[in-house]
Design a protein around this ligand. Structure first.
Ligand SMILES: Cc1cc2nc3c(=O)[nH]c(=O)nc-3n(C[C@H](O)[C@H](O)[C@H](O)COP(=O)(O)OP(=O)(O)OC[C@H]3O[C@@H](n4cnc5c(N)ncnc54)[C@H](O)[C@@H]3O)c2cc1C
Length: 322
């Protein structure tokens, strides 16, 4: 059914967001590969998102994404609705500031780099690392994204969430169990597990309050500049990729293990293990999601055979194979 038919069928005509049907997900993922979503919805704002969720048929699968910088969508596409928050839930404000530091509020669709620059310009320190993460605040909260020694949840004071029924909640950071690229709501409820074919989530992040220390604009700007320069020299940023594909095993580095299997430059179809950074898989031009997934499997098998270590994916894979 067309999204606009869905809108009228379920009384959603009052919605202000943008809806598309059969939309190629390669437009919404940094790998620039993969199939189409049956429907996508880009809410106009938080109220619109809540109204959208509360009016959806209960059996409609929903999958929420930000900038798609940690996501592989299989070539057969995604059943249900993908909600794209990037550049939609975009609010950013200084909530409080004194001589010790301050609190900023950022909505889930805001690009992390914008939050980093905003904090720096308000003489607040501790959010510089976000400049190096090419995703949204929502994605950073879901992944506990981090780099150069800092992780997102180290600066979270509390978060704002929305349920499948469209109900908004605030939760303190200690309601979550967080670790290396791991976030789960305590009480045993998983926020996010590797999920296939768009099964409905229970709850998503729509915003967060970040506690930062007092700093100076110049020092934060310098830190951001250094961090971005390090990325340019170490990462293959000229070809579509999704950052580190595998989590680092305890006490080791996935890149080192992959390199030791001499897999730099290994390719299947249009997907290749980056010769510059072994934990990156790049799309050399016309990679399918199947090519990328085949490289992922080949790398896993090689590392398992040679080093006896089971690499775990950091990237999320959704949808069905063609
Ligand atoms: C060049 C490059 C460099 C990278 N470097 C780093 C790095 O240094 N450190 C690092 O940690 N990551 C890095 N990444 C990976 C990626 O940028 C992060 O994981 C980022 O946090 C993903 O954000 P996103 O908005 O793109 O999320 P998406 O890719 O859109 O989604 C990722 C997952 O989060 C979930 N999600 C997204 N938004 C929400 C929400 N609002 N509520 C609940 N769940 C949500 C999605 O459902 C999905 O499961 C890099 C990626 C690239 C391409």
């Amino acid at each position: 059914m067309d999204m606009w038919d869905v809108k009228s069928a379920y009384g959603l005509a009052a919605l202000r967001g943008e809806a598309r049907v059969n939309e190629p997900m390669k437009k919404y993922t940094s790998w620039r590969a993969g199939g189409a979503a049956e429907r996508i919805y880009m809410p106009a704002d938080l109220t619109d998102f809540a109204r959208f969720l509360s009016s959806l048929p209960p059996d409609e699968p929903v999958y929420v994404i930000g900038l798609g910088s940690n996501l592989l969508v299989r070539d057969g596409g995604v059943r249900g609705t993908v909600v794209v928050l990037h550049a939609r839930l975009n609010e950013l404000r200084l909530v409080q500031q004194d001589k010790n530091g301050g609190l900023i509020y950022a909505q889930a669709g805001l690009a992390c780099a914008k939050a980093a620059r905003f904090a720096a310009s308000h003489e607040l320190a501790g959010a510089e690392f976000l400049a190096g993460i090419p995703g949204t605040i929502g994605g950073a909260l879901a992944m506990n994204a981090g780099c150069y020694g800092t992780e997102t949840w180290e600066i979270v004071e509390r978060v704002q969430t929305i349920s499948r029924a469209g109900q908004l909640r605030e939760r303190p950071s200690d309601a979550y169990e967080t670790g290396y690229r791991h976030v789960a709501l305590k009480l045993g409820m998983q926020i996010e597990e590797s999920r296939f074919d768009g099964l409905p989530d229970e709850e998503w992040f729509v915003g967060g309050w970040f506690r930062l220390l007092s700093g100076t604009h110049d020092a934060s700007r310098q830190k951001i500049k250094e961090l971005l320069a390090r990325r340019i020299t170490s990462q293959p940023l000229n070809l579509p990729n999704a950052g580190s594909v595998f989590r680092n095993p305890p006490g080791d580095s996935a890149a080192r293990l992959i390199e030791s299997c001499r897999l730099k430059g290994f390719r299947i179809g249009g997907a290749m293990v980056s010769p510059k950074h072994a934990n990156f898989i790049v799309n050399t031009g016309a990679a399918t999601a199947a090519d990328i997934e085949a490289v992922i499997m080949a790398v896993k098998n090689a590392v398992k055979q040679k080093a006896g270590i089971e690499l775990e994916q950091e990237v999320r894979i959704i949808g069905v194979a063609r």
